[in-house]
Each structure stands twice: as structure tokens, then as C-alpha cells.
Write a protein that binds this ligand. Structure first.
Ligand SMILES: Cc1cc2nc3c(=O)[nH]c(=O)nc-3n(C[C@H](O)[C@H](O)[C@H](O)COP(=O)(O)OP(=O)(O)OC[C@H]3O[C@@H](n4cnc5c(N)ncnc54)[C@H](O)[C@@H]3O)c2cc1C
Ligand SMILES: NC(=O)c1ccc[n+]([C@@H]2O[C@H](COP(=O)([O-])OP(=O)(O)OC[C@H]3O[C@@H](n4cnc5c(N)ncnc54)[C@H](O)[C@@H]3O)[C@@H](O)[C@H]2O)c1
Ligand SMILES: O=C1O[C@H]([C@@H](O)CO)C(O)=C1O
Length: 480
């Protein structure tokens, strides 16, 4: 009854709703409008939800904040999540969360979104206070765009007006047949994974980390803080091979080695072997060598979590769910944001997915703003990656770097990593395309996006002759 009433209200609604419907290609079942919900006495009295977000991670937390900012959350928004906790700043999991237990590790509720960007700490009470329904530990297992419903593992069927998919990524895993699921073998994507890793680290002596990417480097830094024997194994010839030049990588590798980390490059894994107790004991390499380990952390990349949404335009070139510059998929009323979204990267005119938190936050805000208002500016993202390691109290050298732009073209590196280093990527037209900085000040870091966004023509010879990182940044600034 209530639902029929709300629908009648929805069909007689104002021009702003018509605009919204047209813009978002609403077809079929009319949505329950904002106004109709305003007259609804009880929140969520039936299975209809005006807005449903699937996934309760970084993007979901920032999307929820945007719904609240637009006055559109209360009684209208439902978040369905696989995790047992409210959205949090995932980057903390391989940073503050892994500090040694006697060095004040980060724990919830400390790092719920949106504290990472200076916003409110949205703990479970925040969602209640703002009338946002959160269904915890209840993953969506299927969806039907004809009936506009999602089904959850506990057996709920939820009808949505608009659906925002923010399921992120899952860790790439080694197959079971080569020991990928042995006790003591860890992947790290969510808080449950991090807790399980910590319980292994508490009884660990020898750690092997497989993968020389973000997880590999952040977890290796963490385990040195625990004073554990740490070996990192990866197939490439230097760490962070997708982003770092061999020269940048070399500086960090030396630093890790100076802290006792062993680095095995160009090495492929044959299998992980169990010991007599059934826990992982050996990492066997394809070249036949064997590295002992009681704890193995696998950081070999991530895969977009698309399985319940196979019917929504899946992008085959970069994976994920293909969306336009307002995060609309090819199915009316369905949006995708964060890691899972394959979107047009306007600045470089290509489709991409970005698996980093800055994009999760910005895509969420952009999507919700365009969903709820007349905003139609295309998303114009500037890629931004960063890391911070060896941050725990007592560490002799802290590391914090940022990169903006595209790592294409020739590079000019300035600085001796004591502590600063800057690298500039310059294309064949002498345009500055990307810039990397270690140990900058906040003022220096704030210059990087300006440079990467405006891509000034730079005098390469002059840049090369810079006497210091500060001098190089000044030369680059003067080319703006
Ligand atoms: C350990 C770690 C450290 C990181 N550190 C950094 C960093 O320092 N800097 C940086 O820029 N980026 C970092 N990232 C990447 C960054 O965290 C992600 O880009 C960001 O979390 C993406 O947000 P998202 O909401 O798209 O996905 P997520 O935050 O992963 O959220 C997805 C959510 O969806 C849930 N979910 C999945 N499937 C379903 C389903 N079927 N039903 C219901 N719920 C579902 C998941 O459980 C999860 O809660 C890190 C990632 C990891 C894993
Ligand atoms: N600071 C950050 O931005 C940050 C920090 C942690 C995690 N993350 C995110 O978490 C996700 C996972 O990170 P990641 O470090 O696993 O991915 P990654 O892509 O950064 O690194 C993967 C590494 O594993 C190696 N590898 C791939 N296949 C392998 C195989 N079969 N055997 C051995 N090595 C193999 C790669 O060569 C690479 O060195 C990514 O989305 C990443 O962006 C980001
Ligand atoms: O973006 C981030 O958020 C968390 C943390 O700052 C939240 O408190 C973290 O470690 C980041 O790198």
C-alpha cells in the first residue's frame, strides 16, 4: 500500500525529478522520489530503497557523506556490505594498522571514513544518526536489472531506484594446488585479513612477502618494525616496476636492505609447501631454490570484484564495470565508482581503472553529485599515487612519496635521497607529464598536481642542472 502511494507521488513529481530521470536514463519502474520519501512516515518500511550502494569500502563511505551533504541520505540510502564494520580508510591496513603492537597501532573506530581527508569519523552511529541503513556481513550475490533488485547471501531481496556499485577489488590469489590457501599464507584486502596476519606475525620469525608492488613494499616495511626476518620475492628486476624508474627503485631497495630486508628479484614461485604441522614452511622458486617461512604474505595484485554484476557493461580491456564520465553504466540507474569502475580518463583520453584511494573518494563524490543534482561536468581525474612507510615510532628513516600524472617519456632525477628525491617525466614535446617526490614539504607536494595537470614545456637541460630538489621544483614552477 505504502509503496503504491509513494509511486503515485513519484509520478506526479516536479520538473527537477524529470530532469534527474532524463539525465540518468530512468526507464521502467518509477523511482520513489525524494519528495515522496519525505512524506513517508517510517524509514525503509518495505523492500524498496531509493538509493542502494553495494560495497561498504572507501568509495561507499565518501558516497554516504555526499548523500548527507546533499540532504538526501535520511531514509533513502541503504548500504549493503560484505564486511562486518562501517566503511574505513583502507590504506591504513598496511600502514598504521601494522605498527608493532607496543607502538600504538591504528584500530577502529579511529580510521573510519572520512578521516583520511579531514572529514567526519563516520562510525556506525554516524550512519544511524543520518538515517542510513547499513546491512553488514551480507554480500550481494546476484542482481536483476529488469526487476531492479539485488539479492543478498542472507536471502534478502532489495529493490533499488538507483544502484551504485562500489565493490572494489579482491586480492589476486595463488591457486590452492600450489599452496595458495595454506595456513600461514595471507592476502590483505580487509580488516579481517589484517587481523589474521597480525595473529600470524605475533608468533612469526621468518616472513616471506611475494610481490614487489604496493603491498609488498608496505608490508615489508611493517615487518621490519616487528624485527622479523623478512624476504621479498618478485619476478621483475626492480620493485614497484609499474611506476618507479630503475633508479628510484634502487634507492628504496638500498634503504630496505639497510634495514635487513632481503630482496630476491627476477624470481617466480613454483609452490608454497606445508610443514609437518600443516602450516606453510617453504616457498619454492621456479629455479629450484627454497626459502623458509612461517608466514607468507602474497601481494600479487588485485582483481575488480564484479562477479554479481556480470550483466552490467563489463570492460574487457581494463576489467571492471565500464561507466561514462558521470559514472553511469550502460544499464539505466546503475553506477559504478572506485576501484571497480572503468572510466574515461579525460586528461589522457583513455579508459582506465584506478586502484587508489584518491580516486575512490573523488569518484564517489562526483557520482553522487551528478546523480542528485543538475551537475553534468565530466569527471576529469589527475592520477595521484602515494605511499608512506617506516612511520612507526623509533624508525630511523621515515619515507613518504607522492606521484602525480603519467609516467611516460624520458626522466630527469634530482636529489640524492638524503632525504629528498624528485623525478620528472618529460615527453618528446618537452612537456612535463609526471612528477615524483620523496620527503617533500606540504608546500612542495602541493606543486606536483599543478605541474602534472598543466603539463608545461620545461627546459630539460636547465632541469638537469638543478643543484637540489628545491631548485628543480623552482625551475619547474617557473615553467608554469
Ligand atoms: C591494504 C591496502 C592498502 C592500500 N593503501 C593505499 C594507499 O596507501 N594509498 C592509496 O591511494 N590507495 C591504497 N589502497 C587502495 C585503496 O584502498 C582502494 O583504491 C580503495 O579502497 C578503493 O575503494 P573502493 O570502495 O572502490 O573499494 P574497497 O575500499 O575495497 O571497498 C569495497 C567494499 O565492497 C565490499 N564488497 C565486495 N563485494 C561485495 C558484494 N558482492 N556485496 C557487498 N559488498 C561487497 C568489500 O568487502 C568492501 O567492503 C590500498 C588498498 C589495500 C588493499
Ligand atoms: N599505497 C598504495 O597506493 C597502496 C598500498 C597497498 C595496496 N594498494 C592497492 O592494493 C592492491 C594490491 O596491491 P599489490 O601490491 O598486490 O599489487 P601491485 O600491482 O602493486 O603489485 C603486484 C606485484 O606482484 C607481482 N606479481 C604479479 N603476479 C605475480 C606472481 N604470479 N608471482 C609473483 N609475483 C607476482 C607483480 O609483478 C608486482 O610486483 C592494488 O590495487 C594496489 O593499488 C595500494
Ligand atoms: O589516506 C589515508 O587514510 C589513512 C589514515 O590517514 C586514516 O587515519 C591512511 O593511512 C591513509 O594513507
Amino acid at each position: 500500500m505504502a509503496s503504491a502511494f509513494l509511486r503515485r507521488m513519484a509520478s506526479s513529481i516536479s520538473s527537477s525529478y524529470s530532469h534527474y530521470a532524463l539525465k540518468h536514463r530512468v526507464v521502467g519502474t518509477p523511482r520513489i522520489s525524494r519528495r515522496s520519501f519525505a512524506v513517508s512516515a517510517s524509514k525503509f518500511s518495505n523492500e524498496n530503497r531509493e538509493f542502494v550502494i553495494v560495497g561498504g569500502g572507501n568509495a561507499a563511505g565518501y558516497a554516504a557523506r555526499s548523500f548527507v551533504d546533499h540532504g538526501m541520505a535520511d531514509g533513502r540510502l541503504c548500504i549493503v556490505t560484505k564486511e562486518a564494520v562501517a566503511p574505513y580508510e583502507r590504506p591504513a591496513l598496511t600502514k598504521g594498522y601494522l605498527f608493532p603492537l607496543d607502538k600504538k597501532p591504528a584500530r577502529l573506530p579511529g580510521f573510519h571514513t572520512c578521516v583520511g581527508s579531514g572529514g567526519d569519523r563516520q562510525d556506525p552511529e554516524w550512519y544511524q544518526k543520518h538515517g542510513i541503513e547499513v546491512l553488514y556481513e551480507d554480500p550481494v550475490i546476484s542482481f536483476d536489472s529488469n526487476t531492479q533488485t539485488v539479492a543478498t547471501s542472507s536471502g534478502k531481496t532489495i529493490k533499488y531506484g538507483s544502484l551504485i556499485i562500489s565493490t572494489g577489488c579482491g586480492s589476486a590469489r595463488f591457486p590452492e594446488k600450489i599452496g595458495g590457501n595454506l595456513p600461514g599464507v595471507h592476502y590483505i584486502r580487509d580488516i579481517a585479513d589484517a587481523d589474521s596476519l597480525i595473529s600470524s606475525l605475533q608468533k612469526s620469525k621468518k616472513v616471506v612477502i611475494i610481490g614487489g608492488g604496493y603491498i609488498g613494499m608496505e608490508v615489508a616495511a611493517a615487518t621490519t618494525g616487528w624485527n622479523l626476518d623478512t624476504t621479498v620475492i618478485f619476478p621483475e628486476d626492480h620493485i614497484m616496476s609499474r611506476l618507479f624508474t630503475p633508479s628510484i627503485a634502487h634507492r628504496y631497495e638500498e634503504l630496505y636492505e639497510s634495514k635487513g630486508v632481503k630482496i630476491m628479484k627476477g624470481s617466480l614461485i613454483e609452490k608454497l609447501e606445508a610443514g609437518a604441522d600443516g602450516r606453510v614452511a617453504n616457498v619454492v622458486l621456479k629455479n629450484g631454490s627454497v626459502v623458509e617461512a612461517d608466514t607468507v604474505i602474497v601481494g600479487i595484485g588485485a582483481k575488480p570484484a564484479v562477479s554479481p554484476f556480470e550483466a552490467v557493461g563489463l570492460n574487457t580491456s581494463v576489467g571492471g564495470i565500464q561507466v561514462d564520465s558521470l559514472f553511469r553504466s550502460n544499464v539505466p540507474g546503475i553506477f559504478a565508482i572506485g576501484d571497480v569502475a572503468a572510466f574515461p580518463l579525460k586528461i589522457y583520453n583513455r579508459m582506465t581503472r584506478v586502484e587508489h584511494v584518491d580516486h575512490a573518494r573523488k569518484s564517489a563524490q562526483h557520482c553522487v553529485k551528478s546523480l542528485l543534482t543538475a551537475y553534468t561536468e565530466p569527471y576529469d581525474y589527475l592520477p595521484y599515487f602515494y605511499s608512506r612507510v617506516f612511520e612507526y615510532e623509533g624508525s630511523t628513516r621515515k619515507v613518504w612519496w607522492q606521484f602525480y600524472g603519467d609516467n611516460v617519456g624520458e626522466t630527469v632525477e634530482i636529489g640524492n635521497f638524503d632525504p629528498k628525491l624528485a623525478t620528472f617525466w618529460i615527453d618528446s614535446d618537452s612537456r612535463l607529464k609526471g612528477v615524483f617526490l620523496e620527503s617533500g614539504t606540504s608546500e612542495e607536494f602541493s606543486l606536483l598536481p599543478q605541474l602534472a595537470r598543466s603539463q608545461p614545456v620545461v627546459d630539460k637541460a636547465k632541469l638537469k642542472s638543478a643543484s637540489s630538489v628545491e631548485d628543480a621544483l623552482e625551475i619547474a614552477r617557473n615553467s608554469l
